[in-house]
Design a protein around this ligand. Structure first.
Ligand code: IVH
Length: 729
């Protein structure tokens, strides 16, 4: 028996549909109808838009191949899906249509050619400039119109807003009704909720048409969505702690907008910061006559409707495609989600000629961007242990192509994130990879199976072989393995030490580090400098050249700047900027080792948190001081090449200079202060040690210093301060 869930083998050209095809068509129709219901009636889709589109395309492909199997109630002939019964039905006077899609440049070009052929057939030559593909759809050859006669700007290109289509109806200038699209003929009355959307005009200026229907997309901005999602996740954590079930969390701005519009209490909608872009007229009575779509947009803008500013009028399909590509690249520059570009024939008379099919106008096409969200199966949740001992849960996924890459793993960040997202092994999950952002598991598709699955439990011991209990300090979101000999941490630390930004040891990547650790050739970072090369010789991949190269890489690393060494030591909170600041201020590792927390904290770019962490690290005599001595013995550079050589008279001091000094440029003043370990901020605060005043000082700085009782010095006083660290002689 054929499996209706799988695509049947293609039928031979010229033959009728096989039973398999008929079966598959039936299965596709059922499946699509079910997804329509979940999407439109429940706001709870269980597959991504891209997967839905693929099903529709497959069905449409069969129906085109075997038109005898096409039936009027096929989902390909309808718009959207059934309504929910929560809100009163509204019959649209002008139907709200869907759009045909193009998924590639070829499909876009084919659409352009199709409409030009039709226009050429319909009105002789209404701006049509190219005729191709004569075999498929024969039309008389048309001479391109001379440039002067060509209709310029044939296409109006707009962003395809990923929101909820809404029709607004105004009578006598008053907003009387707002309705969703529903099945295109009948939608839902969401007037009370749409009234809470700030940008939607409730009353139009005098002179507006007696009846005006405006269509557009209600959406939630990305920033509003991020805030809502964070709020919902935090609420869920509190619920879980109180032993209650978490609420579903919005997985993307479109679903959030749809859910917000479907609230019974408009006050909830009002709290959701919805917005709208308007892009189309519906029924109009008593309005001006328009000749182009772009005129209608300008008219809407004039009446106070929000019209997206990124509309472009373009002449050729090549320009349209370039516009689509540009927005595909820049979609994340916007604070709202777009999933494509809608191209519309601008001239209304030409639209008339082109007409519509039962579900979509022929005069418009939606160029869809590749999906950034897909659903896949969560195969497992594992944890990895980083060099600082941080234990990070991550999702192992059934590989899925999303956002231009194959994704099989995605971080879940920490224990709270797993809880708040409530993802469970076996769930179908939404995976998102947008732009350069790392892949993310957004959340589970909520199904009865999800509820039946056990919640994931964070491990209590480290996956490292040494027995170690994981620790999550009060008030912190990270869980850590605190065992000093945890091999995962060791490996992570050694990789980090040899990595870029630290000692940058050429040819000493993850695999070799793990191999050398496994063979006992190294146990800590200092061992890198005393490897028994005789044992390495003979290992696979270690010929004379490979060994010589690695030795050279290790040798070269001994001369790295002090800041790199500090980064490589793996001191918590100490990143490249803090390390650089410490190296500059103290000039030598020994001086840093001798510095107090306060002295370190007073260096610009080093705060009390870094200072305390560094001090604690250095004070661990057994593990760390001995490591430093091993590194010294190996001949590593401990001196800051940028060491100022100046006495550190200004450690812990903060000096503001205003106006011009005779002996120093602005840069020299700053350098002189920093070279002595001080800070040189731009503004006066109660932490300021002294304010130095030169020619034409900033009045506000002097006034503020006086108000706060901070000593004000002249240039001589400044020089004294530099040499002695004292404020007065
Ligand atoms: S025009 C008859 N313009 O995309 C044409 N639609 O996938 C009506 N959409 O149903 C639609 N941005 O909900 C149009 N600039 C835009 C749009 C847009 C988003 C939505 C709309 C439509 C759906 C089709």
């Amino acid at each position: 028996m054929a499996d209706p869930k799988r695509a049947p083998a293609p039928a031979d050209a010229g033959t009728g549909p096989s039973d398999d095809v008929a079966l598959r068509i039936g299965a596709l129709r059922d499946e699509i109808a079910e997804h329509n219901r979940r999407y439109h009636a429940e706001d709870a889709p269980i597959i991504s838009d891209a997967e839905y589109d693929a099903l529709v395309r497959e069905l449409r492909g069969y129906e085109e191949q075997f038109p005898e199997l096409l039936v009027p109630d096929s989902p390909t002939q309808q718009v959207g899906g059934p309504r929910s019964t929560l809100f009163a039905p509204v019959r649209h006077r002008a139907p709200m249509m869907s759009l045909d899609n193009a998924f590639s440049a070829d499909e876009l070009v084919a659409w352009g050619e199709r409409i030009e052929r039709r226009l050429a057939r319909g009105d002789g030559n209404s701006g049509a400039t190219r005729v191709v593909d004569v075999e498929v759809d024969p039309v008389p050859e048309v001479e391109p119109a001379p440039d002067a006669e060509r209709t310029p700007a044939g296409y109006a290109c707009e962003l395809k807003i990923d929101g909820v289509a809404i029709s607004l109806r105004y009578e006598g200038g008053q907003l009387v009704q707002a309705a969703t699209r529903g099945d295109g003929q009948t939608g839902e009355d969401v007037t009370a909720n749409v009234r809470t959307v700030g940008v939607v005009p409730k009353q139009l200026p005098a002179g507006a048409p007696q009846v005006l229907e405006v269509r557009g997309e209600v959406y939630m901005s990305t920033s509003a969505f991020d805030a809502l999602q964070a709020r919902q996740r935090a609420e869920n954590l509190a619920r879980i702690e109180a032993g209650r079930k978490p609420n579903p969390v919005a997985v993307n701005p479109r679903n959030a907008a749809a859910g917000s519009l479907r609230q019974k209490d408009p006050a909830v909608t009002a709290s959701r910061e919805l917005s709208m872009w308007c892009y189309q007229l519906g029924e109009v009575e008593g309005g001006p006559a328009f000749t182009t779509h772009s005129e209608t947009l300008a008219f809407l803008g004039g009446l106070g409707f929000p019209v997206n500013p990124e509309v472009r009028l373009l002449d050729t399909i090549e320009e349209v495609h370039a516009f689509c590509e540009r927005w595909q690249q820049h979609r994340h520059d916007l604070d709202y989600e777009i999933d494509g570009v809608v191209t519309k024939v601008d001239e209304l008379a030409r639209r008339e000629l082109l007409g519509t099919t039962s579900r979509a106008p022929r005069w418009a096409i939606a160029y869809k961007f590749p999906p950034e969200e897909r659903t896949t199966t969560l195969l497992d949740i594992k944890v990895s242990v980083g060099r600082t001992g941080r234990v990070t849960p991550y999702a192992q996924l059934e590989p899925v192509f999303v956002g231009g890459a194959n994704v099989s793993q995605a971080t879940l960040h920490n224990q709270d994130q797993v809880k708040a997202k409530d993802v469970r092994v076996g769930d179908t999950v939404v995976v998102r990879r947008a732009g350069d952002v790392i892949p993310e598991v957004v959340g589970p598709v909520l199904t009865p199976e999800h509820d039946a699955r056990p919640e994931w439990v964070f491990p209590t011991t480290c996956p490292c072989s040494v027995e170690s209990v994981l620790v999550r300090p009060e008030g912190e979101s990270d869980t850590r393995c605190v065992h000093p000999e945890c091999p995962f941490q060791q490996a992570g630390h050694i990789e980090h030490f040899g990595g870029r930004g630290s000692m940058d040891i050429e040819g000493f990547g993850e695999q070799r580090v793990r191999l050398f650790l496994d063979l006992g050739l190294i146990a800590d970072v200092a061992d890198i400098y005393s490897i028994d090369w005789e044992r390495v010789r003979g290992l696979e991949g270690f010929g004379d050249t490979a060994i010589a190269n690695l030795q050279a890489g290790i040798e070269a690393s001994k001369d790295r700047p002090l800041a790199n060494l500090l980064v490589g030591l793996n001191i918590r909170h100490l990143g490249p900027a803090g390390a650089e600041a410490l190296a500059r201020a103290f000039g030598h590792l020994d001086r840093i080792l001798a510095a107090s927390v306060d002295e370190m904290a007073s260096v610009e770019g080093v705060g009390p948190v870094i200072a305390a962490a560094a001090r604690a690290w250095f004070d661990d005599d057994d593990a760390h001081r001995s490591l430093i001595e091993k590194l010294r013995a190996a001949g590593l550079n401990f001196a800051g090449p940028e060491a100022s050589g100046e006495p550190q008279t200004l450690l812990g001091k903060s000096v503001v200079v205003t106006g011009t000094l005779e002996g120093y440029s602005r840069e020299e003043v700053e350098a002189a202060i920093k070279a002595r370990g001080g800070k040189a901020p731009a503004s006066v605060s109660k932490k300021t040690t002294a304010v130095v005043v030169g020619e034409s000082p900033g009045a506000s700085k002097v006034t503020k210093a006086e108000e706060l009782g901070i000593p004000v010095l002249d240039e001589a006083g400044f020089e004294r301060l530099l040499t002695t660290g004292e404020l007065s002689a």
